[in-house]
Design a protein around this ligand. Structure first.
Ligand code: SAH
Ligand code: MG
Length: 214
């Protein structure tokens, strides 16, 4: 947690909550230790949807489909969502959840490693995306960057989740657990890119586990 826990608890206590189906899916996900966006991030995404009103959203990292369904439920206008997942255990659960939520027509799940899948999405022919939600393996964001830039519409919004690595991002490489070091340096590289890319304006916000809004 990068923000004082009591502050987060207070902020979340003000939330008016989600639809029933989202509550059910969230509960099931948490019970089976599937990582899904936190309350603060849910609220932030709803606000972004209200502001951006995206017609097409790309999500990298579906898990059981919670955030995809949340975006489908709370976008002010019906929108098309493409979401990518490579975990064979999560894919059938996500598909089932899209059906339960009645969003199976709105959400297209593409199975496979995002590194390959993203290359296969052809922006000039398929329309580009007004919003991209990056929520996959943190160490890979930097590799997705060229395709993300190709697929993001002019005036589009890129939302990258979990960019502060539970606060580890500010530690020196050697203070970070060995198994997290590669992620640490790649995430730093990614954040540098987001902040210095000439086509992007990025704010890094200590919300949830850290979100970068570009
Ligand atoms: N957005 C979801 C949570 C995603 S958790 C929600 O909030 O409901 C991150 C997911 O990304 C995991 O299910 C993991 O399997 C998937 N993932 C990680 N790296 C990936 C990759 N390279 N290609 C496709 N999926 C990936
Ligand atoms: Mg996340």
């Amino acid at each position: 947690m990068v923000v004082d826990e009591r502050l987060v608890t207070y902020i979340n206590s003000l939330d008016r909550g989600n639809t029933q189906i989202l509550d059910t899916i969230e509960k099931e996900a948490l019970e089976s230790f599937v990582p899904i966006i936190r309350k603060e991030m849910q609220s932030f995404l709803k606000l972004l949807l209200a502001m951006q009103k995206p017609k097409r959203i790309l999500e990298v990292g579906t898990a059981v489909g919670f955030s995809a369904i949340l975006m489908a439920e709370y976008n002010p206008y019906p929108c098309e969502i493409v979401t990518i997942e490579n975990d064979d255990k999560q894919i059938p659960i996500a598909r089932e959840n899209f059906l339960r939520a009645g969003k199976e027509k709105q959400i297209t799940l593409i199975e496979g490693d995002a590194t390959e899948v993203l290359k296969g999405i052809d922006a000039p022919f398929d329309e580009p995306f007004d919003m991209i939600f990056m929520d996959a393996a943190k160490g890979q964001y930097i590799n997705f960057m060229p395709d993300i830039m190709r697929l993001l519409k002019k005036d589009g919004v890129l939302v990258s989740d979990n960019v502060l690595q539970d606060g580890d991002i500010i530690e020196s490489r050697f203070a970070v657990e060995r198994r997290n070091r590669t992620i640490h340096s790649r995430m730093r590289e990614y954040l540098y890119e987001l902040k210095h890319h000439k086509l992007l304006e990025t704010s890094i916000i200590p919300l949830g586990d850290g979100v970068a809004l570009s």
